[in-house]
Ligand binder design. Structure first.
Ligand code: P6P
Length: 337
């Protein structure tokens, strides 16, 4: 089976930036992923579980593994020399690598070092999400402008899912490929070439506890999913892990829709555009699926700040379009919130 490095090098000729820098950048991410994976897999044995005793910029309790993952991805990207700056869920501001080598780096990275960390203590799959852009600024330190690019400017995006097995799934715009970590040799091996989201999915993923706060279009879509209509495989099955990477990965393989909509309490939703919605949207589209905020294509949204949030409807194209239709039909009739 082909290793991640062999795969990237073999396809390097397809990259307009085939200087080897991207290969090294993706490998840096792979190295950090293996280190984080090792800690996650034995989290119950050491002192790495539980709260770090601090809140992140989002006002969410930081877990020790959140901090561990953030530090290791930051170090791998800084030391690798291919990344000029990172935006991280665990960092309030832009982290600029202002050293001689990184100032000349071509890329910047937005990442969620450990998404779904509230699931760590209960041994449920969690993930790392990353999004890679070519910087806009020329030589010298990177700047905010480099991260304020719409998702359609991503050169690559992916995630690592730390589950029953550990996988790295990524795209550079020519399809989605999945690599499974063989811990016995410490290599990611190509196990899922050219992944495609199946049409005709019948799984919907949404936290229905927020039902009364949902916009009418979402309420309508949930009722649609629950109607008895065997020819369209309804009622659908509902699956909600509470870990975006795990819910998306299942839908990528089985087909389905994941929705985190805007609500009365959080009109822009909970998920962050830069390092959750954009990378997932790039993967969804590259696998033949779709991703929007219910109205606009996620990848066309121009960011205005690092941690801005966006509603997310993503997965099997026809399922997303049905949900969008209900959102848009209701949009003009009455206030959404
Ligand atoms: P809720 C995890 O905190 C996360 O950002 C996503 O991974 C997950 O899909 C979502 O939030 C879960 O949020 O409000 O349903 O617990």
């Amino acid at each position: 089976m082909k290793t991640l490095t062999e795969f990237i090098i073999q396809r390097q000729s397809e990259f307009p930036y085939a200087s080897g820098d991207f290969t090294r950048l993706l490998n840096d991410i792979g190295i950090a992923a293996k280190i984080v994976n090792r800690e996650i897999n034995k989290a119950g044995l050491g002192n790495i579980l539980g709260s770090a005793g601090d809140m992140n910029v989002q006002g969410e309790e930081q877990k020790k593994l959140d901090v561990f993952a953030n530090e290791h991805f930051k170090a791998a990207l800084r030391n690798g020399g291919q990344c000029a700056a990172i935006a991280s869920e665990e960092e309030e501001g832009l982290i600029i690598f202002d050293n001689e080598i990184s100032r000349k780096a071509k890329y910047v990275v937005a990442m969620d070092p450990l998404d779904g960390s509230s699931n760590i203590e209960v041994n449920v799959s969690i993930g790392t999400i990353f999004s890679i852009y070519r910087r806009i600024s020329q030589d010298g330190p990177a700047c905010m402008e480099d991260l304020m690019q719409p998702g359609n400017r991503q050169v690559a995006a992916g995630y690592i899912i730390y589950g029953s097995s550990t996988m790295l799934v990524y795209t550079t715009g020519t399809g989605v490929n999945g690599f499974t970590l063989d811990p016995s040799v410490g290599l990611f091996l190509l196990s899922h070439p050219q992944m495609r989201i199946p049409e005709g999915g019948n799984i919907y993923s949404i936290n229905e506890a927020n039902y009364i706060y949902f916009p009418e279009g979402v309420k309508e879509y949930i009722k649609y999913c629950q109607q008895d209509d065997p020819p369209t495989r309804r009622p659908y099955t509902t699956r909600y892990i509470g870990s975006l990477v795990a819910d998306f990965h299942r839908n990528l393989i089985r087909g389905g829709i994941y929705i985190y909509p805007g609500t009365l309490k959080q009109p822009s939703g909970k998920l962050r555009l830069l390092y959750e919605c954009n990378p997932i949207a790039f993967l969804a589209e590259q696998a033949g699926g779709k991703a929007s905020d219910g109205f606009r294509r996620i990848l066309d949204i121009k960011p205005y700040e690092l941690h801005q949030r966006s509603p997310l409807f993503t997965g099997t194209q026809s399922m997303v379009e049905t949900a969008e239709g209900m959102m848009q039909a209701d949009a003009g009739h009455d206030e959404q919130f």
